[in-house]
Write a protein that binds this ligand. Structure first.
Ligand code: SF4
Length: 430
């Protein structure tokens, strides 16, 4: 005998659980539960509603119960009534994504659990050296090789995909990193561009696990390697007391003070990053800056403008080897993961998104506007500093820079030549 279908009220808790209602604060859960008994939403509609509710909370916008539309009058059937309601709520949600977001003056408090980090030593089978993990055949890429000296990061940037690779608060140091690196054999006839800073921050741990000493030794032993240490840290103390090879470049990811405060938690403030870069440049180390991700918000132009002016005034073109520009790109699992972070407050997903090259990102006009503004703001450096777009479609290059590379190989070759020329010129100047 066929089982009698469950009444809506009986299956409601299952529907709610599957829609991820537990990501919401209790009050919003109760409100949604109440509305379900009135509207009898399907699983899919409930998923959409709870995602909207999660986003409104994450963005610090008015919560679901405060933007819930008044009930429609007129004789709509139950399905039409639900669709009208969802249509109006989605329109509100889209409008909040389309218009430039505004960050409140004060950033959210950084909670204790964000600061809890455990350093562990692990035995890794092999050296984590390989092609850049975010490179894509659909974007114009520099074929960077990445070296993961440490796994997982102590900083907590809300947009960072490292979190989707490494879960939890363990930061793993390869017990045998130094000897593996010492045994690495490279082709002396070839030049290599190898970067650290993709799987963790290159400088925040100092010389823990003798990682920095091993990297410096590696660069001294391989003058055909351009070794790039990428960071958001101010911690240059160990480098300041070390013999630094000419083929070492130190690069910082920069963002506006508003974005650092709201979206790059626990990282060094802008001023301290620039001071750290200044200290190394004073020691003759070539430095560089990654404006990645540039983020579009109400005050983006004036705040990026001010930041780029201070960079221009703090460094000469001779000291700076590169500037890269890039922006937010997401794969769906990272968006899902961000929505699952309980109590997570960030406006990072409050943005217009289009599908491009297999990822979700800003519409092309916004990218062109931001990148062109940044490039033009550094006009005095155009002749002497190597500029590039990171992880972007080749069609963006010409509108932004007025030139483009026909292939990733050409891009890679041009980048390496520019870096090696600067290293040679800098070597003579040292
Ligand atoms: S352009 Fe960016 S994403 Fe592409 S290989 Fe270079 S660093 Fe990686």
């Amino acid at each position: 005998m066929k089982a009698k279908p469950l009444a809506y009220a009986e299956k409601l808790e299952t529907l709610l659980k599957r829609s991820g209602i537990d990501r919401l604060e209790y009050g919003q859960q109760q409100f949604l539960r109440q509305q379900c008994l009135d509207y009898r939403f399907t699983q899919q509609e409930l998923q959409q509603l709870s995602d909207i509710a999660v986003d409104l909370a994450m963005w610090g916008e008015r919560p679901l119960d405060q933007v819930w539309p008044d009930a429609e009058s007129g004789n709509l059937n139950p399905k039409q009534r639900r669709q009208r309601l969802l249509g109006r709520l989605s329109a509100h949600w889209r409008q909040l994504k389309q218009r430039p977001k505004r960050y409140p003056r004060l950033p959210p408090k950084v909670t204790q659990d964000r600061q809890r980090i455990k350093h562990v030593e692990v035995d890794k089978e092999r050296l984590a050296l390989g092609p850049c993990p975010v490179a894509s055949p659909r974007t114009r890429c520099c074929n960077l090789m990445t070296l993961d000296a440490v796994e997982n990061c102590g900083f907590d940037c809300s947009y960072c995909s490292i979190q989707s690779f490494y879960h939890g608060d363990e930061v793993r140091f390869d017990r045998d990193f130094a000897s593996k690196l010492a045994r690495l054999e490279l082709d002396p006839q070839r030049s290599y561009h190898i970067g650290t800073g993709q799987s963790s921050d290159s400088l925040m741990w100092g010389n823990r696990g003798d990682v920095l000493d091993a990297l410096l030794e590696f660069a001294w032993r391989n003058p055909n390697v351009i070794l790039e240490l990428k960071s958001k840290s101010k911690n240059v103390s160990h480098l300041m007391k070390s013999e630094l090879p000419p083929n070492l470049i130190a690069t910082w990811s920069l963002n506006t003070p508003t974005l650092i405060a709201h979206e790059e938690h626990l990282t060094a403030p802008l001023e301290e990053r620039l001071q750290a870069a200044r200290r190394l440049a004073d020691r003759g180390v070539l430095v560089g800056f990654h404006l990645h991700p540039m983020i579009h918000y109400a005050e983006w132009q004036e705040e990026y403008g001010a930041m780029l002016q201070s960079v221009l005034h703090s460094f000469s073109a001779e000291e700076v080897v590169m500037v890269s520009l890039g922006t937010l790109t997401y794969i769906k699992p990272v968006i899902k993961q961000l929505r699952e972070r309980k109590g997570f407050r960030s406006k990072i997903l409050q943005m217009p998104m289009v599908e491009s090259d297999g990822k979700l990102t800003y519409p092309r006009e916004i990218k062109e506007q931001m990148f062109s503004f940044a490039y033009q703001s550094l006009q005095p450096w155009h002749e002497d500093v190597f500029f590039y777009l990171c992880m972007e479609n080749q069609r963006l290059w010409r509108p932004v820079f007025g030139y483009e590379y026909a292939s990733n190989q050409d891009f890679e070759a041009a980048m390496k030549q520019a870096y090696l020329d600067k290293i040679a010129a800098n070597g003579n100047a040292r």
